[in-house]
Design a protein around this ligand. Structure first.
Ligand SMILES: Nc1nc2c(ncn2[C@@H]2O[C@H](COP(=O)(O)OP(=O)(O)O)[C@@H](O)[C@H]2O)c(=O)[nH]1
Ligand SMILES: [Mg+2]
Length: 453
């Protein structure tokens, strides 16, 4: 496969005041670029002979831009194909600091290197066959993971556990296809290689498997992206106070003026090992204020996206008219009565808390965690969990083809038609790992030719 193999570089660590900054380079001419700037001495440029260096070793030296000494560095060499991208890779460890990074970055550009695009190292790793598409996607998930569960799912995907499952399913489909197609070759001799009843049963089983995998996305997306937890209710009931309590900081402005929160606020939060996107909304009420109106509209959108809703009431106003918005789904709504400290007794209708004193806020937290765990476990029956929308879509598409194949089998359709649908189903799940499948089918058919014909 031919593709761009010019030198790319990017910081592999945060750039700023820190101990070191690691700058990673990859590309065909990486080592010669390094040999043009790495010196054995700092007094003047004396080229280090990097051809002497063994792969996977480090070398101490001095970076020079022409005659200008830039920094004392350590360079690690990875000779392709035994590198992350499969190309020649070097990692330059410079002193930390944005100024040094800028100097090195300018130098590398002068030496013919390009700023890498986001994900370009992993893209090259995929194009060079170092990992499949699902594994490359897992690299980014792993970096973003904030909880143990998200981390484990990403690791499972990175190490190929998920891809192996997909490959297994794909193998099944390839086998059916090749048998059906082989049977066509024997059609004149009337040899039956595939019992249609057996095939129907197998296709049914595969459909069930695909459906359970697709369903697991409902859990996977929550684990990977977090539970959307929205705090809603009328103005002044204490939504922003509850929001701040959970975040343990005064993130939202709290005041006794109704309509203080005019736009929604969203912050990440981890509770009980689960990732949440906590949303504070503008109090929902009829208003003539144009800005508040827009805030209410945006808040409604956030409420639609919510996995769990905290519907807050003021305990001292419990008897007043209900909120203009009432959560549509009881199952995902927790009714919370705030300002317990102002009331003589707790509410009979829901959990009573005080965001001011913290009373019962621990109970509320436990309730949120309990519901979230149920949400996650509800759809996680398959041994592999889908966390990626693209993978879910490929599986859905594949499942549609299998359903077509089932109709063909039931309706007495010919082998060509059945195999066409199964082949399409296979192509769709193969998109998950990113290779094209047709060559595999040909290989299997060819092998069978060798035995029989
Ligand atoms: N006594 C008491 N006052 C509270 C409590 N929670 C919020 N408040 C007060 O209620 C007012 C409105 O609070 P805020 O969080 O801005 O409500 P929001 O409009 O729903 O976001 C502020 O004056 C808060 O100090 C509570 O638990 N007890
Ligand atoms: Mg508010």
């Amino acid at each position: 496969m031919s593709f761009d193999n010019r030198i790319i570089f990017a910081p592999a660590t945060m750039v700023g005041e820190s101990g070191i900054t690691v700058i990673r380079l990859s590309g065909k001419d990486t080592f010669s670029a390094i040999s043009n700037c790495l010196s054995k001495a700092y007094e003047n440029f004396q080229p280090a002979n990097i051809n002497h260096y063994t792969s996977h070793t480090t070398q101490h030296g001095y970076l020079f831009d022409g005659s200008e000494f830039i920094d004392e560095v350590v360079v690690t060499f990875f000779k392709g194909p035994n590198s992350y991208t499969g190309e020649d890779v070097a990692e330059i460890s410079t002193h930390g600091g944005s100024y040094i990074y800028r100097k090195v970055s300018d130098l590398l550009v002068k030496l013919g290197a390009y700023h890498a695009e986001p994900g370009e190292f992993s893209k090259r790793a995929y194009l060079n066959g170092k990992m499949d598409l699902a594994q490359a996607e897992a690299v980014s998930d792993l970096i973003k993971a904030k909880t143990d569960q998200a981390n484990k799912l990403a690791l499972g995907q990175l190490t190929g556990r998920f891809s192996n499952k997909i490959k297994e399913l794909r193998e099944d489909l390839i086998n059916y296809c090749s048998l059906l197609e082989l049977e066509l070759d024997f059609s004149e001799e009337g040899i039956d290689l595939v019992e249609k009843d057996v095939l129907l049963e197998k296709v049914n089983k595969l459909i069930a498997k695909f459906q359970s995998l697709t369903q697991s996305y409902e859990s996977g997306k929550i684990i990977r992206n977090g539970v959307n937890l929205a705090i809603i209710g009328r103005p002044n009931v204490g939504k922003s106070s509850i929001f701040n309590y959970f975040l343990d900081e005064n993130r939202a402005i709290v005041s006794d003026i109704p309509g203080t929160t005019r736009d929604y606020l969203e912050e990440p939060l981890v509770m009980g090992g689960i990732q949440f996107n906590l949303v504070d909304t503008a109090g929902i009420r009829e208003t003539k204020d144009v800005i508040e109106k827009e805030g209410v509209r945006r808040s409604m959108l956030k409420i639609d996206e919510a996995d769990i809703i905290l519907e807050v009431e003021d305990i001292s106003n419990e008897s007043s008219s209900p909120s203009e918005y009432s959560a549509s789904s009881e199952e995902k709504t927790i009714k919370v009565y705030n300002k317990l400290d102002l009331s003589a007794s707790a509410s009979k209708h829901g959990l009573s808390v005080s965001a001011k004193t913290g009373e019962n806020m621990g109970v509320l937290e436990e309730e949120i965690i309990k519901i979230s765990k149920n949400l996650i476990n509800k759809n996680a029956s398959s041994d592999v969990i889908i966390t990626n929308e693209r993978h879910r879509d490929c599986l859905l598409k594949s499942c549609e083809y299998l359903v077509n194949a089932r109709s063909q089998i039931k309706g007495g359709g010919g082998n060509e038609l059945i195999s066409f649908e199964i082949r399409a189903a296979m192509d769709s799940i193969t998109e998950i790992i990113g290779k094209t499948a047709n060559v595999d089918i040909l290989n299997i058919i060819f092998t069978k030719f060798c035995i029989g014909k």
